[in-house]
Design a protein. Structure first.
Length: 201
């Protein structure tokens, strides 16, 4: 997909992350190829979900900004809880396929100490993203990141950054990157990623 609709002034600052996301936008790779550069210690299972052992995880960098509703949100405020980060766009068919599952699981798991945060990208008309959330009854907040600026600095080298749209990254209770999927997730796969982290002491 092209970045021709992106404002020219935004391109230099986000060229690296934008290129990565464009190359794999709306990924349907069920093999879950993983990357991230550097010395990585993660394993990708046959379902395409990469996980990192507890002692080898890296903390996410600053992940903060304005939500689609115009409020300020800093993911660091959720430390002590498992956090599910979902990178999505209203224009992305796999994002639409997984949205009902995320809406359901987010409500079911909030009492278990799990917070969901969306990261909306490449929706240069905010209204499209807002309508998407309303259509799928998504009640958790989404950071508005149309040009990829928030994502760019959030994931350290050698970790599990988002490399497709949709991407789902799960942080453990210490705010460290524990798992990543580069494909749309259904309810069962989403729970299979969250449950072990909820159980961790």
């Amino acid at each position: 997909m092209s970045l021709s609709h992106a404002p020219r002034r935004a391109l230099p600052a986000v060229a690296l992350v934008a290129a990565a996301l464009v190359l794999t936008a709306c990924s349907s790779d069920s093999k879950g190829k993983s990357g991230g550069g550097g010395d990585t210690n993660f394993v990708t299972n046959t379902g395409g979900i990469a996980t990192v052992a507890k002692g080898e995880r890296k903390a996410v960098n600053e992940l903060a900004g304005e939500t689609l509703e115009g409020k300020q949100l800093d993911v660091a405020g959720f430390k002590g809880k498992v956090v599910v980060l979902n990178v999505w766009g209203s224009w992305c068919a796999p994002c639409r396929a997984e949205a009902p599952h995320f809406a359901k699981v987010s409500k079911e798991y909030q009492p278990k100490g799990v917070e969901f945060v969306g990261i909306n990208t490449r929706d240069f008309q905010k209204s499209n993203a807002v309508n998407f959330e309303a259509d799928y009854d998504i009640t958790y907040p989404s950071l508005y990141d149309p040009a990829g600026k928030i994502v760019l600095g959030a994931f350290p080298k050698g970790s599990l950054p988002p490399q497709a749209i949709p991407s789902t990254i799960v942080l453990d209770k210490q705010g460290k990157i524990a798992a990543r999927s580069l494909m749309a997730l259904d309810e069962d796969k989403l729970k299979s990623v969250i449950d072990p982290l909820v159980a961790e002491k």
